[in-house]
Design a protein around this ligand. Structure first.
Ligand code: ZN
Length: 340
């Protein structure tokens, strides 16, 4: 009895030694993963502006109040990127409207107030009201962005189609800003960009993609058809249609969300409403909120405030190494494959 117990104790001790030896490479593997998981835990925010055309024409102070609010809240909300989905002005030939838009967006670029040498990263693109894009390129051309570290580049000789790069929560992102009514060549350029940057999570912004009933417009269908095979694409943003709507498309093992927001029919040219997209890697979700700095109010109805599940957290690698297959659903659901 005693002998067999000591035998048991011996084999137990031996097993522990062997286990410790096996675990050794794992523990050294896990350290950087745990460290990066902490970086991933940091929430961050993308702010979306759309259809500012009435502000540029008649309510420039509301436009400025939006960008001033973004600067004031940059640190508190960890705002890492600002999107403008087009119709910057109402009348493309009016330099007065472009001056107003330029002054409002310049607030994001101030190194002193933002505390950032390149200002708060932002992307912009022409909507239908911004065509022809002569003035768009005079005010928001390549030269305005080319010195900024987040600016990725542009298609052709002007800034009608461009892209930005940023890092947040330990993740790399690309935002491709596509003009209203892109040609097939431009969509192919966007498609190639998503593929070339497949290690980055991708957002595509264009003026018109969704209709009021959340169906893809004819144009939106071309976007979805051309870009859906990029597993890093998770979000498309648009305006143009005077309402809010969103949809989710599952393609293979991943999901693409498309969000429409355009408040231009509200009083005062849109009442300052903007979109706040709060990314919470800890909860693997994007919280969409609608807020007006001039009213200091949130819209909380179902199409203005909602939460989208989106996988960001990397800690699933830890259970993936140690747990039985099938236990960790994160592994099966996959993380869009962009870590591979
Ligand atoms: Zn429009």
């Amino acid at each position: 009895m005693i002998i067999s117990f000591s035998r048991f104790a011996f084999s137990l001790a031996l097993s522990l030694v062997v286990l410790a030896l096996i675990a050794q490479p794992f523990s050294s593997l896990l350290q950087p993963i745990v460290a990066s998981a902490q970086v991933h835990d940091q929430d961050f925010t993308i702010v979306v502006l759309s259809d500012t055309q009435n502000y540029s024409q008649s309510y420039p102070d509301i436009f400025k109040a939006q960008t001033q609010w973004i600067v004031r809240n940059r640190e508190a909300l960890n705002i890492v990127y600002v999107v403008h989905s087009g119709d910057i002005v109402n009348t493309a030939s009016s330099t007065r409207q472009w001056e107003n838009a330029s002054a409002a967006m310049a607030i994001l670029e101030d190194p002193l107030t933002t505390g950032l040498a390149d200002g708060i990263p932002y992307g912009i693109l022409p909507g239908n009201h911004d065509f022809p894009t002569t003035n768009y390129n005079a005010y928001f051309g390549v030269s305005r962005f080319s010195g900024r570290s987040y600016y990725g580049g542009h298609y052709g000789s002007d800034n009608d189609n461009n892209y930005g790069l940023f890092n947040a929560g330990g993740m790399d992102f690309i935002v491709v800003n596509v003009q209203y009514r892109p040609t097939g060549d431009i969509l192919a350029w966007a498609d190639a960009l998503l593929d070339a940057h497949r290690d980055r999570r991708a957002i595509v912004v264009s003026h018109e993609i969704l209709d009021a009933d959340a169906s893809f417009t004819f144009l939106g269908q071309a976007f979805y058809r051309t870009l859906k095979d990029n597993p890093n694409l998770f979000l498309m943003l648009c305006g143009h249609v005077h309402t809010e709507a969103w949809r989710m498309d599952a393609f293979g093992s991943y999901v693409i969300y498309t969000l429409l927001a355009d408040y231009q029919d509200e009083p005062n040219g849109g009442n300052g409403w903007l979109r706040i997209l709060e990314f919470s890697p800890r909860h693997n979700e994007i919280r969409v909120k609608t807020y007006s700095p001039t009213l200091d109010r949130y819209q909380t109805d179902a199409d203005s405030q909602f939460t989208l599940p989106y996988r960001m957290r990397m800690t699933f690698y830890l259970p993936a190494l140690l747990s039985r297959p099938g236990i960790n659903s994160y592994v099966e659901a996959n993380d869009q494959g962009i870590w591979s």
